[in-house]
Design a protein around this ligand. Sequence first.
Ligand SMILES: Cc1cc2nc3c(=O)[nH]c(=O)nc-3n(C[C@H](O)[C@H](O)[C@H](O)COP(=O)(O)OP(=O)(O)OC[C@H]3O[C@@H](n4cnc5c(N)ncnc54)[C@H](O)[C@@H]3O)c2cc1C
Length: 373
Amino acid sequence: MPNAKCQMLNPDPQFDLAIMGAGPAGSSSAITAARMGARVGLFEAKDFPRHRVCGEFVSAESLDVLAALLQDVPAAGTLFQVAPVIDRTRLLLGERVIEAPVAPPALSISRYELDALLWEAARRAGAVAHPNCEVVGSDGDGPFMLQTATGRFKAKALIVAAGRWSQFTADRTIPPGPKWIGLKAHFQEPWTEPCTDLYFFANGYCGVQPVTNGVVNACAMVRSDRATSLEDVFKLQPKMADRAANWRAIMQPVSTAPLIYRQPQPVRGNTIFVGDAAAFIDPFAGDGISIALRSGQVAAQCICKFLMGRTALSEAVTLYQHEYSRQFAPLLSAASRVRSLLSLPPFVQSAVFELFRLPGLLPFVIRKTRRAV
Ligand SMILES: Cc1cc2nc3c(=O)[nH]c(=O)nc-3n(C[C@H](O)[C@H](O)[C@H](O)COP(=O)(O)OP(=O)(O)OC[C@H]3O[C@@H](n4cnc5c(N)ncnc54)[C@H](O)[C@@H]3O)c2cc1C
């Protein structure tokens, strides 16, 4: 994996398409556009591999897309073979437990490996990948001029894939009051089960699932007035505390904040936004990676129509906006309705929890936050 500082790898710093950010969304755009023949510049503020705050639940709807994106990376074959298959979920509130199938099953894939493999696939597809190269500004609305720490790059089209919170986020106001934060670490657990367990407590929850044999990922979303470390999160739920008592951490915890939900904004002028940069879906849905991979792919396909001379840039952007509303906006609306349950008073939350025992209701709610497979 290259570890070079950002540098002008292209003597003529002109690209058909510049992409800011190489998470699942940006890499998916880069692979798709480069395979279609575009000259792609992929700019990433950090480097790989690295841990990300994530439950690492990759829903079934994007596994075919992921396999196709990674087809030229030999190490990806092993990844699919060893990734735990998740075919069940359990919701735990106090002492109560509700179980439901995850059908079709999901995979549990560590972001440490996933993001690095996608980055490698983008390079193999022909994208000029710039690690440690934060984009600090952009001018124009087609063509675009990007400013980075080491130089300026021109591009005919621009995709922002810089995640939930960056200088390109349209609305950077932080609501007053306690913030929602994300926390994650991997732990050794003697007996892992192929199941995603969601431990609920007032103002948050913690998801636990195996990532490899004998190792679980614990990932929490919690209000900062309730807890700011995983150790404190575990104490908020008795069953969680019992289980975590047997764990040994195998990585330094990672955290992220703020987690703010806003209306989707997939385009601004002629700039396209993909993945979390367009909208952040509640982690409960376990669908953020899927939406990132798919929106990245759709955006690249739309932009390539412009690059091939079939449409104007503005038409390509409008086409993407239309596809976003059709494919992704309904999933975000469904997840936001589920999220509102988290802020209910405990006795109402408890009553709603009991409702999920109705046969078929929980699988129905899960399906509403997923694209049909
Ligand atoms: C607590 C929590 C749990 C979650 N659990 C799950 C789960 O189990 N399953 C699931 O599917 N989703 C989950 N998600 C959501 C998932 O992590 C995101 O939806 C996904 O990472 C979005 O991918 P992305 O590529 O849009 O953004 P990111 O993965 O955030 O990537 C953005 C990239 O842009 C880079 N960047 C930022 N600014 C710049 C800049 N100016 N210039 C260059 N590069 C820049 C960043 O370094 C980063 O690499 C969870 C999220 C949270 C917070």
